[in-house]
Ligand binder design. Structure first.
Ligand code: GN1
Ligand code: MG
Length: 361
């Protein structure tokens, strides 16, 4: 607490800081809520940026500054009157930067958005709003003047993720290979199909657009009525296929169980959520090309698949990337994501016909 309040003293905040408590359930950065004593001054969010993962903090913060500036100006154009709750606002550090380096870690602060909530699960109504909001988020960023850098190179590149898994298998650093053979085989069976996006891109048939790339349901703030206020966790905003945002929301929002559910009977793909989210997304993302729309069911499968590959690679490597709560955690996550993938696959035809209906209607 003492250390954390020393960190906050390097930022141009207002009010007297009275409490600093852990916030949220992110797997990468460390996040805290900073509470001020005065009722009329804002509370803040303090974050320690995971520098091992985000190696170019300058690029990271420049991306976020460009994105928040663009969203802010679009909201102003629309005459929005709740701007402070609809876009993140970063606090300057004493040296004028948007982050502070304490000689060891990189920190940043932003205003805490009041009267807003995040959820780990959502009902169909909220999913519809979420779909519209992510479509709208991508639409707002379509004409961003800055060229955004890839804060994590090849982040959602399926070919690259498979290559990482294959390297992990090759090294078998933690000696865990024998117990995961089944999953490796299942992953390899689907590898060619799942790398379709990269092939379409090379053939010039699929564009990259500015995407959020971490559209987990808990990266969205809702107001008291369940309307989406804004999208948070902007570290991974970068050029990608729109499949990233569409697919990663469904991976989390349409899962009937948890991302790391030990009870696989609870894990499955909820078609009601799929339908509501897809309807909203198609309404918000008015710029989609036919090839993007046609591949939305592929995107719904791609993200459980990719996450399965990433969790499994981390398990084989000995848990060097994701925070874990117990030794088998990454294996449990792998199994849950694989179960979800199978459930998505079972719904392929139903997804396709729903999308056709939306387009006709
Ligand atoms: C990480 O930190 P968090 O939980 O928002 C990860 C995502 C994964 C997710 C899995 C930078 O996001 O890509 O989908 O965990 N972020 C990074 O829960 O790797
Ligand atoms: Mg998050």
């Amino acid at each position: 607490m003492k250390n954390l309040s020393q960190i906050t003293s390097h930022f141009k905040t207002q009010g007297t800081i009275s409490e600093i408590n852990p916030l949220g359930a992110g797997l990468i950065n460390d996040t805290y809520k900073v509470i001020t004593a005065e009722t009329d001054s804002s509370n803040y969010v303090l974050q320690r940026i995971n520098h091992a993962i985000f190696q170019d903090v300058e690029m990271l913060q420049n991306n976020i500054a460009a994105v928040t500036k663009q969203i802010r100006s679009k909201l102003e154009e629309q005459g929005e009157n709740d701007i402070e709750r609809k876009v993140l606002h970063f606090i300057e550090a004493e040296d004028g930067k948007t982050y502070w380096f304490d000689g060891d870690s990189y920190w940043r602060m932003m205003t805490f958005i009041p009267k807003a909530k995040t959820y780990e699960t959502v009902n169909p109504e909220y999913s519809y709003y979420a779909g519209k909001a992510f479509g709208d988020f991508q639409a707002k960023l379509a004409d961003i003047p800055e060229v955004l850098g890839e804060t994590i190179p090849n982040f959602h590149n399926m070919e690259f993720r498979l290559q990482q898994l294959r390297e992990a298998v090759e090294k078998n650093a933690a000696g865990r290979l024998d117990e995961v053979q089944y999953f490796i085989e299942e992953i390899e069976k689907r590898a060619v199909e799942m790398c379709k996006a990269e092939r379409l891109y090379r053939e010039g048939k699929l564009p990259k657009r500015v995407c959020h790339c971490d559209t987990k349901v808990n990266n969205m703030m809702f107001d008291e009525e369940g309307r989406v206020l804004c999208v948070i966790d902007l570290d991974t905003v970068m050029p990608s296929f729109i499949f990233s945002d569409y697919g990663d929301f469904l991976r989390t929002g349409a899962n009937t169980g948890d991302e790391d559910d030990k009870d696989l009977d609870k894990v499955g793909f909820n078609m009601e959520i799929f339908k509501a989210f897809t309807k909203g997304y198609l309404e918000g993302a008015t710029f989609l090309t036919p090839i993007e729309i046609e591949n939305l069911p592929y995107a719904a499968a791609l993200f459980p698949y990719m996450q399965c590959v990433r969790f499994l690679a981390d398990y084989i490597n000995g848990d060097t990337y994701y925070k874990i709560k117990y030794p088998e955690h990454n294996l449990v996550r792998t199994k849950a994501q694989f179960k979800l993938l199978q459930s998505v696959e079972d719904h392929t035809n139903e997804m396709k016909s729903f999308i056709d209906t939306c387009l006709q209607g």
